[in-house]
Design a protein around this ligand. Structure first.
Ligand code: NDP
Length: 449
């Protein structure tokens, strides 16, 4: 260990990746400090996955309360109180933030609640003016929502602000058609807002399987969510009554009370002092790293969204863990980026792992596909005309299941387990050998012919 430095490791950014790396490195015996300019927990805990998922649960009651009547419950007309949900969610976020701090403290990680920047290969400058030294520096500062360059963009909000709204808007325009756009389209729609989703192309959730994407588009449209495609923003104007007038190519202007930008996130690398260590950014403003998360400066490392490899929390956590294991635990570890499951918590949710049908065809030529297109039992009794779709992509020669894609109730919960089979390269015949667990939706996975 480098005794002549103040710390063995200084982590900049206390989000998912940074906290994991700091805590595990400290548990291995390293002297560790971490700096966070906002709140410990990072995007996922403070203004991402966690509060979003709680809103998704909250929103789903709109359908559950309706459906309950078909199951015999006499449900009076219910109203929704946004302030109650918002404040409960924000309280939960604060509780989790406390737990993250506690974990760091229990592992003797020193926390600096201030901005830190790189001041050299082994030096970090704190906002308070102090400079500290460390044998290794880990940058885990995450990413930041992109705001398109369009006149009036300052009238829009991002996922940073959406959890703090004073009221649920009557009319919402969402820019983008990726994860955040589709998740919040579902949330706002369930809360009763009129939702318009505006995208520059006509593709939603570009990296998911086409059949599953199409099904979400069809269900969302049927529910009343409006999609405006091939629409580039021209300008956003604030009107006298406070509402927004949003003008775009190829469509009439749309009025809205809230405009949410969800057009991607970019690495949070501005003014980070990287030039003091000779680190040059990639074209996408990311920090380039090698397989061991090492930058071009041998003592400086980076994990998570700031490297723009895969912008997913569990990946950042794996990278943080691998960094700690490799450099402080004497267990050289590299993250395996192959076959990462992912999900979109839309209404209904969708999830996928492995190759999509088009990716599989590009890679292997012909592939076999198996699909199950069904109405979940609960939806049938509820009179909800919403069909689920499960799809298996199988290698023609080896019978290996190359990908699983699904949309329907609890799809992410089911897919997490099914992803083990895809990661293990199991064959379709091995799926067939498993006896169905009846009656479930997941049984479709072993019944596809
Ligand atoms: P996404 O990358 O998912 O989607 C971006 C959307 O914005 C696409 O529809 C894209 O259009 C469009 N777009 C991109 N650039 C521009 C631009 N310059 N002008 C106009 N439109 C543009 O980004 P999100 O913001 O939704 O989410 C950011 C990241 O956060 C995701 O990539 C994901 O990794 C992570 N995330 C994960 C979640 C989960 O795991 N459930 C939930 C939320 C976020 P097109 O494709 O047509 O080019």
């Amino acid at each position: 260990m480098a005794e002549n430095y103040d710390y063995d490791l200084f982590v900049i950014g206390a989000g998912s990746g940074g906290v994991r790396a700091a805590r595990v490195s400290a548990a291995y015996g390293a002297r560790v400090a971490i700096a966070e300019e906002y709140r410990v927990g990072g995007t996922c805990v403070i203004r991402g996955c966690v509060p979003k998922k709680l809103l998704v649960y909250g929103a789903h009651f709109a359908e559950d309360l309706q459906d309950a009547r078909r199951f015999g419950w006499e449900v009076p007309d219910c109203s929704f109180n946004w302030h109650t949900l918002r404040d409960n969610v924000l309280r939960e976020v604060t509780r989790l933030e406390g737990l993250y701090e506690e974990t760091l403290g229990n592992n003797d990680v020193e926390i600096f609640h201030e901005r830190a920047t790189v001041a050299g290969p082994n030096a970090v400058k704190l906002a308070s003016g102090r400079t500290v030294t460390a044998g290794k520096i880990l940058i885990a500062v995450g990413s930041w929502p992109i705001i398109p360059d369009v006149p009036g963009a300052e009238h829009g909000i991002t996922s940073n602000e959406v959890f703090h709204l004073e009221e649920i808007p009557e009319r919402v325009v969402i820019a983008g058609a990726g994860y955040i756009a589709n998740e919040f389209a579902g949330i706002f729609h369930e809360f009763g807002s009129k939702v318009v989703l505006v995208n520059r192309t006509d593709v939603i959730l570009r990296h998911y399987d086409e059949s599953v994407r199409d099904r979400l588009l069809q269900i969302s449209t049927t529910k009343g969510i409006d999609f405006k495609f091939h629409a580039k923003f021209q300008k956003i104007e604030k009107q006298e009554d406070g509402s927004l007038l949003i003008s775009m190519d190829n469509h009439d202007p749309v009025e809205a009370d809230v405009l949410l930008f969800a057009v991607g996130r970019k690495p949070n690398t501005a003014n980070l002092g990287l030039e003091s260590a000779g680190i040059e950014l990639g074209r996408d403003s990311s920090i380039p790293v090698d397989e061991d998360n090492r930058t071009s400066c041998p003592s400086i490392f980076a994990v998570g969204d700031v490297t723009n490899r895969v912008q997913l929390t569990p990946v950042a956590i794996r990278e943080g863990q691998a960094f700690a294991d490799t450099f402080f635990g004497s267990k050289p570890t590299r993250v395996d980026y192959d076959t990462i499951p992912s999900a979109v918590f839309s209404h209904p949710p969708l999830a996928g792992v492995g190759l999509t049908e088009s990716e599989a065809r590009n890679k292997h030529g012909a592939v076999k596909t198996y699909t199950s297109d069904f109405r979940a039992m609960k939806n049938v009794l509820a009179g909800r005309n919403e069909r689920s779709l499960y799809k298996l992509i199988v290698h023609v020669d080896t019978d290996e299941v190359l990908g699983i894609h699904m949309i329907g109730p609890d799809a992410p919960e089911i897919l997490q387990a099914a992803a083990i089979a895809v990661k293990a390269k199991l064959k379709k015949s091995q799926f067939d050998e498993v006896i169905a667990l009846h009656p479930t939706m997941a049984e479709e996975l072993v019944l596809m012919k």
